[in-house]
Ligand binder design. Structure first.
Ligand code: FAD
Length: 297
Protein backbone atom coordinates (compact mmCIF):
# COMPACT_ATOMS: atom_id res chain seq x y z
CA UNK A 1 0.00 0.00 0.00
CA UNK A 2 1.19 3.51 -0.87
CA UNK A 3 1.35 5.51 2.38
CA UNK A 4 1.60 9.31 1.99
CA UNK A 5 4.79 10.48 3.68
CA UNK A 6 3.49 13.98 4.36
CA UNK A 7 0.32 15.84 5.12
CA UNK A 8 -0.69 19.47 4.93
CA UNK A 9 -1.74 21.34 8.04
CA UNK A 10 -4.32 24.12 8.29
CA UNK A 11 -5.64 25.99 11.30
CA UNK A 12 -9.29 27.07 11.20
CA UNK A 13 -10.19 30.40 12.78
CA UNK A 14 -13.95 29.69 12.85
CA UNK A 15 -16.39 26.81 12.38
CA UNK A 16 -17.34 28.32 9.01
CA UNK A 17 -13.69 28.30 7.93
CA UNK A 18 -13.27 24.70 9.09
CA UNK A 19 -16.24 23.70 6.91
CA UNK A 20 -14.85 25.64 3.95
CA UNK A 21 -11.45 23.92 4.39
CA UNK A 22 -13.13 20.50 4.55
CA UNK A 23 -15.08 21.31 1.39
CA UNK A 24 -11.99 22.59 -0.42
CA UNK A 25 -9.68 19.69 0.49
CA UNK A 26 -12.22 16.88 0.06
CA UNK A 27 -12.59 13.50 1.79
CA UNK A 28 -8.86 13.03 2.51
CA UNK A 29 -8.92 15.99 4.93
CA UNK A 30 -9.59 15.35 8.63
CA UNK A 31 -10.45 17.56 11.58
CA UNK A 32 -7.81 17.57 14.33
CA UNK A 33 -9.30 18.28 17.78
CA UNK A 34 -7.49 16.89 20.86
CA UNK A 35 -5.45 14.56 18.64
CA UNK A 36 -5.60 11.74 21.19
CA UNK A 37 -7.18 9.27 18.80
CA UNK A 38 -6.19 10.59 15.36
CA UNK A 39 -2.46 11.08 16.04
CA UNK A 40 -2.01 7.56 17.51
CA UNK A 41 -3.88 6.17 14.46
CA UNK A 42 -1.50 8.07 12.16
CA UNK A 43 1.55 6.88 14.08
CA UNK A 44 0.32 3.30 13.77
CA UNK A 45 -0.25 3.84 10.01
CA UNK A 46 -3.96 3.15 10.43
CA UNK A 47 -5.01 6.62 9.19
CA UNK A 48 -3.42 8.63 6.36
CA UNK A 49 -5.08 12.04 6.10
CA UNK A 50 -3.65 14.28 3.40
CA UNK A 51 -4.70 17.44 5.25
CA UNK A 52 -5.22 18.07 8.96
CA UNK A 53 -7.61 20.89 9.84
CA UNK A 54 -6.77 21.92 13.38
CA UNK A 55 -9.74 23.38 15.28
CA UNK A 56 -7.97 24.03 18.60
CA UNK A 57 -8.44 27.80 18.18
CA UNK A 58 -12.23 27.41 18.27
CA UNK A 59 -12.51 27.04 22.05
CA UNK A 60 -14.45 30.34 22.18
CA UNK A 61 -17.14 28.88 19.88
CA UNK A 62 -17.12 25.21 20.79
CA UNK A 63 -15.87 24.72 24.37
CA UNK A 64 -18.74 24.86 26.87
CA UNK A 65 -20.89 22.71 29.16
CA UNK A 66 -24.16 24.42 30.11
CA UNK A 67 -27.84 23.84 30.69
CA UNK A 68 -30.31 26.13 28.84
CA UNK A 69 -34.03 25.71 29.61
CA UNK A 70 -33.50 22.14 30.80
CA UNK A 71 -31.37 21.15 27.78
CA UNK A 72 -27.75 20.15 28.47
CA UNK A 73 -25.46 21.49 25.74
CA UNK A 74 -21.89 20.29 25.45
CA UNK A 75 -19.68 21.95 22.83
CA UNK A 76 -17.56 19.70 20.61
CA UNK A 77 -14.34 21.13 22.05
CA UNK A 78 -15.32 20.56 25.68
CA UNK A 79 -12.55 18.39 27.11
CA UNK A 80 -13.24 15.22 29.06
CA UNK A 81 -12.08 17.14 32.12
CA UNK A 82 -14.70 19.86 31.56
CA UNK A 83 -17.46 17.27 31.80
CA UNK A 84 -15.92 15.60 34.83
CA UNK A 85 -15.64 18.90 36.70
CA UNK A 86 -18.95 20.47 35.64
CA UNK A 87 -21.27 21.06 38.63
CA UNK A 88 -24.28 20.69 36.30
CA UNK A 89 -23.03 17.28 35.16
CA UNK A 90 -22.20 16.17 38.69
CA UNK A 91 -25.64 17.27 39.85
CA UNK A 92 -28.05 16.07 37.16
CA UNK A 93 -26.19 14.00 34.56
CA UNK A 94 -24.20 11.90 36.98
CA UNK A 95 -23.48 9.04 34.59
CA UNK A 96 -21.36 11.38 32.46
CA UNK A 97 -19.14 12.11 35.45
CA UNK A 98 -19.09 8.36 36.26
CA UNK A 99 -18.00 7.58 32.68
CA UNK A 100 -15.33 10.29 32.68
CA UNK A 101 -13.67 8.81 35.77
CA UNK A 102 -13.10 5.67 33.72
CA UNK A 103 -11.72 7.39 30.59
CA UNK A 104 -7.97 7.01 30.25
CA UNK A 105 -5.95 9.23 32.58
CA UNK A 106 -5.70 12.96 33.43
CA UNK A 107 -3.39 13.65 30.46
CA UNK A 108 -5.92 12.30 27.96
CA UNK A 109 -8.84 13.91 29.79
CA UNK A 110 -7.12 17.30 29.59
CA UNK A 111 -6.77 17.10 25.79
CA UNK A 112 -9.38 14.68 24.40
CA UNK A 113 -12.63 16.31 23.32
CA UNK A 114 -16.27 15.31 23.42
CA UNK A 115 -16.64 15.91 19.65
CA UNK A 116 -13.61 13.73 18.96
CA UNK A 117 -15.03 10.92 21.10
CA UNK A 118 -18.20 10.88 18.99
CA UNK A 119 -16.56 11.38 15.59
CA UNK A 120 -13.89 8.73 16.16
CA UNK A 121 -16.66 6.08 16.46
CA UNK A 122 -14.55 3.55 18.33
CA UNK A 123 -17.07 0.89 19.48
CA UNK A 124 -15.32 0.89 22.88
CA UNK A 125 -15.55 4.67 23.39
CA UNK A 126 -17.32 5.45 26.67
CA UNK A 127 -18.99 8.81 26.09
CA UNK A 128 -21.24 7.78 23.17
CA UNK A 129 -22.68 4.96 25.33
CA UNK A 130 -23.33 7.35 28.21
CA UNK A 131 -24.97 9.89 25.87
CA UNK A 132 -27.10 7.14 24.23
CA UNK A 133 -28.46 6.36 27.69
CA UNK A 134 -29.37 10.04 28.04
CA UNK A 135 -31.26 10.08 24.72
CA UNK A 136 -28.85 12.66 23.32
CA UNK A 137 -28.37 13.95 19.80
CA UNK A 138 -25.40 15.63 18.15
CA UNK A 139 -25.50 18.77 16.06
CA UNK A 140 -23.43 18.76 12.86
CA UNK A 141 -22.79 21.65 10.52
CA UNK A 142 -21.77 21.58 6.85
CA UNK A 143 -21.96 23.73 3.72
CA UNK A 144 -25.74 23.09 3.54
CA UNK A 145 -26.41 24.18 7.13
CA UNK A 146 -27.08 22.38 10.39
CA UNK A 147 -28.73 19.04 11.18
CA UNK A 148 -29.05 16.76 14.20
CA UNK A 149 -28.36 13.04 14.48
CA UNK A 150 -29.42 10.83 17.41
CA UNK A 151 -26.25 9.56 19.08
CA UNK A 152 -27.46 5.98 18.67
CA UNK A 153 -27.56 6.53 14.86
CA UNK A 154 -24.20 8.31 14.58
CA UNK A 155 -21.87 5.31 14.23
CA UNK A 156 -22.44 3.24 11.10
CA UNK A 157 -19.70 0.75 11.97
CA UNK A 158 -16.30 0.70 13.66
CA UNK A 159 -14.62 4.10 13.04
CA UNK A 160 -17.32 5.12 10.55
CA UNK A 161 -19.99 7.76 11.15
CA UNK A 162 -23.05 9.29 9.47
CA UNK A 163 -21.15 12.59 9.12
CA UNK A 164 -20.52 13.75 5.55
CA UNK A 165 -16.82 14.44 4.81
CA UNK A 166 -17.44 18.21 4.82
CA UNK A 167 -19.42 18.27 8.07
CA UNK A 168 -18.15 19.17 11.52
CA UNK A 169 -19.72 18.04 14.77
CA UNK A 170 -20.41 21.11 16.90
CA UNK A 171 -22.48 20.07 19.92
CA UNK A 172 -24.04 17.22 21.91
CA UNK A 173 -27.52 17.91 23.34
CA UNK A 174 -29.41 16.11 26.08
CA UNK A 175 -33.10 17.09 25.90
CA UNK A 176 -34.10 16.21 29.49
CA UNK A 177 -32.27 15.32 32.67
CA UNK A 178 -32.96 11.93 34.22
CA UNK A 179 -33.84 11.58 37.92
CA UNK A 180 -31.20 8.91 38.34
CA UNK A 181 -28.35 7.60 36.20
CA UNK A 182 -25.21 5.52 36.50
CA UNK A 183 -22.29 4.23 34.42
CA UNK A 184 -20.17 1.17 35.14
CA UNK A 185 -17.21 -0.25 33.26
CA UNK A 186 -14.96 -3.27 33.51
CA UNK A 187 -11.47 -2.67 32.16
CA UNK A 188 -8.41 -4.90 32.19
CA UNK A 189 -6.36 -2.21 33.87
CA UNK A 190 -6.90 1.42 34.85
CA UNK A 191 -7.21 3.64 31.77
CA UNK A 192 -7.93 0.82 29.31
CA UNK A 193 -10.87 0.76 26.93
CA UNK A 194 -13.90 -1.21 28.07
CA UNK A 195 -14.11 -4.98 28.18
CA UNK A 196 -17.75 -4.06 28.70
CA UNK A 197 -19.35 -0.84 29.93
CA UNK A 198 -22.83 0.58 30.13
CA UNK A 199 -24.89 3.48 31.34
CA UNK A 200 -28.51 3.64 32.44
CA UNK A 201 -30.73 6.69 32.82
CA UNK A 202 -34.12 6.65 34.55
CA UNK A 203 -37.10 9.00 34.48
CA UNK A 204 -39.38 8.19 37.42
CA UNK A 205 -43.05 8.82 38.13
CA UNK A 206 -43.42 8.29 41.86
CA UNK A 207 -42.10 4.81 42.60
CA UNK A 208 -42.49 3.71 38.99
CA UNK A 209 -39.91 3.79 36.20
CA UNK A 210 -41.68 5.91 33.60
CA UNK A 211 -38.83 5.73 31.08
CA UNK A 212 -35.45 4.02 31.02
CA UNK A 213 -32.56 4.00 28.57
CA UNK A 214 -29.50 1.79 28.40
CA UNK A 215 -26.35 2.50 26.31
CA UNK A 216 -23.50 -0.03 26.00
CA UNK A 217 -19.96 -0.04 24.59
CA UNK A 218 -17.27 -2.61 23.96
CA UNK A 219 -19.89 -5.27 23.24
CA UNK A 220 -20.72 -4.72 19.56
CA UNK A 221 -19.41 -3.20 16.35
CA UNK A 222 -20.87 0.19 17.37
CA UNK A 223 -22.21 1.82 20.51
CA UNK A 224 -25.41 -0.08 21.32
CA UNK A 225 -28.77 0.80 22.82
CA UNK A 226 -30.45 -2.05 24.76
CA UNK A 227 -34.02 -1.39 23.66
CA UNK A 228 -35.50 -4.68 24.88
CA UNK A 229 -33.98 -4.21 28.32
CA UNK A 230 -35.52 -0.73 28.39
CA UNK A 231 -38.96 -2.21 27.61
CA UNK A 232 -38.62 -4.60 30.54
CA UNK A 233 -37.96 -1.68 32.89
CA UNK A 234 -40.63 0.76 31.70
CA UNK A 235 -43.78 1.07 33.79
CA UNK A 236 -42.37 -1.14 36.56
CA UNK A 237 -41.44 -0.59 40.19
CA UNK A 238 -37.74 -1.22 40.70
CA UNK A 239 -36.59 -4.41 42.41
CA UNK A 240 -33.78 -6.94 42.08
CA UNK A 241 -35.84 -9.38 40.00
CA UNK A 242 -36.67 -6.63 37.50
CA UNK A 243 -33.00 -5.64 37.19
CA UNK A 244 -32.03 -9.26 36.48
CA UNK A 245 -34.70 -9.63 33.79
CA UNK A 246 -33.51 -6.42 32.12
CA UNK A 247 -29.89 -7.56 32.45
CA UNK A 248 -30.67 -10.82 30.66
CA UNK A 249 -32.27 -8.91 27.76
CA UNK A 250 -29.27 -6.55 27.52
CA UNK A 251 -26.89 -9.53 27.47
CA UNK A 252 -28.85 -11.00 24.55
CA UNK A 253 -28.93 -7.66 22.70
CA UNK A 254 -25.17 -7.26 22.54
CA UNK A 255 -22.84 -8.95 20.08
CA UNK A 256 -19.40 -8.79 21.72
CA UNK A 257 -16.22 -9.34 19.73
CA UNK A 258 -13.89 -12.20 20.67
CA UNK A 259 -10.63 -10.39 21.36
CA UNK A 260 -7.85 -9.75 23.87
CA UNK A 261 -10.42 -8.29 26.30
CA UNK A 262 -12.31 -11.57 26.55
CA UNK A 263 -14.70 -14.00 24.96
CA UNK A 264 -18.21 -12.99 23.89
CA UNK A 265 -19.73 -15.08 26.70
CA UNK A 266 -17.50 -13.44 29.33
CA UNK A 267 -18.54 -10.00 28.08
CA UNK A 268 -22.22 -10.99 28.10
CA UNK A 269 -21.77 -12.05 31.73
CA UNK A 270 -20.22 -8.65 32.47
CA UNK A 271 -23.27 -6.97 30.94
CA UNK A 272 -25.55 -9.07 33.18
CA UNK A 273 -23.67 -7.89 36.27
CA UNK A 274 -23.25 -4.28 35.18
CA UNK A 275 -26.95 -3.73 34.38
CA UNK A 276 -27.86 -4.82 37.92
CA UNK A 277 -25.19 -2.60 39.50
CA UNK A 278 -26.07 0.41 37.36
CA UNK A 279 -29.78 -0.02 38.09
CA UNK A 280 -29.16 -0.24 41.84
CA UNK A 281 -27.11 2.93 41.76
CA UNK A 282 -29.40 4.86 39.40
CA UNK A 283 -32.50 4.00 41.44
CA UNK A 284 -30.65 4.92 44.63
CA UNK A 285 -29.71 8.26 43.12
CA UNK A 286 -33.27 8.84 41.91
CA UNK A 287 -34.42 8.26 45.47
CA UNK A 288 -31.77 10.65 46.74
CA UNK A 289 -29.47 8.06 48.23
CA UNK A 290 -26.48 6.24 46.84
CA UNK A 291 -26.86 2.45 46.96
CA UNK A 292 -23.44 1.82 45.52
CA UNK A 293 -20.47 3.88 44.45
CA UNK A 294 -18.34 3.35 41.37
CA UNK A 295 -15.10 1.73 42.34
CA UNK A 296 -13.55 4.74 44.01
CA UNK A 297 -11.55 6.11 41.08
P1 FAD B 1 -9.01 13.57 17.65
O1 FAD B 1 -7.98 12.52 17.88
O2 FAD B 1 -8.54 14.94 17.37
O3 FAD B 1 -9.98 13.11 16.47
C1 FAD B 1 -10.55 11.81 16.44
C2 FAD B 1 -11.39 11.67 15.16
O4 FAD B 1 -12.55 12.50 15.25
C3 FAD B 1 -10.67 12.10 13.90
O5 FAD B 1 -11.12 11.31 12.84
C4 FAD B 1 -11.12 13.55 13.70
O6 FAD B 1 -11.04 13.95 12.35
C5 FAD B 1 -12.54 13.48 14.20
N1 FAD B 1 -13.04 14.72 14.83
C6 FAD B 1 -12.60 15.26 15.98
N2 FAD B 1 -13.38 16.32 16.32
C7 FAD B 1 -14.30 16.43 15.34
C8 FAD B 1 -15.39 17.33 15.13
N3 FAD B 1 -15.67 18.31 15.99
N4 FAD B 1 -16.15 17.17 14.02
C9 FAD B 1 -15.89 16.17 13.15
N5 FAD B 1 -14.87 15.28 13.30
C10 FAD B 1 -14.10 15.42 14.38
N6 FAD B 1 -11.68 6.96 25.22
C11 FAD B 1 -12.63 6.35 25.94
O7 FAD B 1 -13.80 6.57 25.69
N7 FAD B 1 -12.32 5.48 26.96
C12 FAD B 1 -11.03 5.21 27.31
O8 FAD B 1 -10.82 4.44 28.25
C13 FAD B 1 -10.00 5.83 26.56
N8 FAD B 1 -8.71 5.57 26.84
C14 FAD B 1 -7.74 6.20 26.12
C15 FAD B 1 -6.41 5.94 26.43
C16 FAD B 1 -5.41 6.56 25.72
C17 FAD B 1 -3.98 6.29 26.09
C18 FAD B 1 -5.73 7.48 24.67
C19 FAD B 1 -4.66 8.18 23.90
C20 FAD B 1 -7.04 7.73 24.35
C21 FAD B 1 -8.06 7.10 25.06
N9 FAD B 1 -9.40 7.34 24.77
C22 FAD B 1 -10.37 6.72 25.51
C23 FAD B 1 -9.77 8.21 23.62
C24 FAD B 1 -9.91 9.65 24.05
O9 FAD B 1 -11.15 9.81 24.70
C25 FAD B 1 -9.83 10.57 22.81
O10 FAD B 1 -9.40 11.79 23.21
C26 FAD B 1 -11.13 10.78 22.05
O11 FAD B 1 -11.61 9.56 21.61
C27 FAD B 1 -10.94 11.60 20.79
O12 FAD B 1 -10.95 12.93 21.06
P2 FAD B 1 -9.87 13.90 20.40
O13 FAD B 1 -10.33 15.28 20.66
O14 FAD B 1 -8.53 13.53 20.90
O15 FAD B 1 -10.07 13.55 18.85
Amino acid sequence: MQVPAQFDYEVAASVEEAIELLRRHGPEARILAGGHSLIPMMKLRLAFPEVLIDIHELDGELRYVREDDGVLRVGALARHRDLLESPVVQGRYTLLADAEKFIADPLVRNMGTVGGSFAHADPSEDLPAAFVALGAEVVVRGPGGERTIAVEDLALGPFETALDPDEILTEARVPRAPQGSSYFKVERRAGDYASAALGVALWMSGDEIEDARVGMCGVGSTTLRAKEAEEVLKGQEPDEGLYKRAAEKAAQECDPPDDARGTPEYKRDLVRVLVVRAMEQAVGRARGAEDRTADGR
